[in-house]
Ligand binder design. Structure first.
Ligand code: ZN
Length: 134
């Protein structure tokens, strides 16, 4: 597996509307896209920071995994997404062979039409890890 860069950091927020002024007015980053991913029950907002993006995640209903995360741990960094050059399917297979527990056995479609796959934080030093490709 070859990782080219950190594609984005996922940040759990209670409200995108309330969180955006910090990122835009204080940090000076620009939000260029807001998108709801129905099957993950999240609304996402994307900001560019060089090659890396910030992905703000707001739950759209109480059953959302982000809602449960916020309840337990509050707002903050939720996951780290690495861009892999040789495909998510291959990368998932490779890390599973190395004993890593997977959340996604197969790549699925995420926000911004990325192919994504999550690794379980129990086997990734507590960091919810996303592998993705464009
Ligand atoms: Zn993500």
């Amino acid at each position: 597996m070859k990782i080219s860069h950190i594609e984005h950091l996922g940040i759990a927020v209670n409200s995108i509307e309330e969180a955006l002024p910090y990122f835009e007015n204080v940090l000076g980053l620009k939000c260029y896209n807001i998108e709801t991913v129905e099957d993950q029950k999240v609304k996402t907002a994307f900001l560019k920071c060089g090659e890396t993006k910030l992905e703000l995640l707001e739950p759209t209903c109480p059953e959302s995994t982000i809602a449960k995360y916020l309840e337990k741990r509050g707002e903050g960094v939720h996951h780290v997404a690495f861009c892999v050059e040789d495909g998510v399917a291959e990368a998932l297979k490779e890390v599973e062979e190395k004993g890593i527990r997977l959340i996604d056995k197969e790549p699925r479609l995420g926000a911004e039409s990325l192919h994504i796959g999550f690794l379980h934080p129990k086997s990734t030093i507590g960091i919810l890890t996303e592998l993705c490709e464009h």
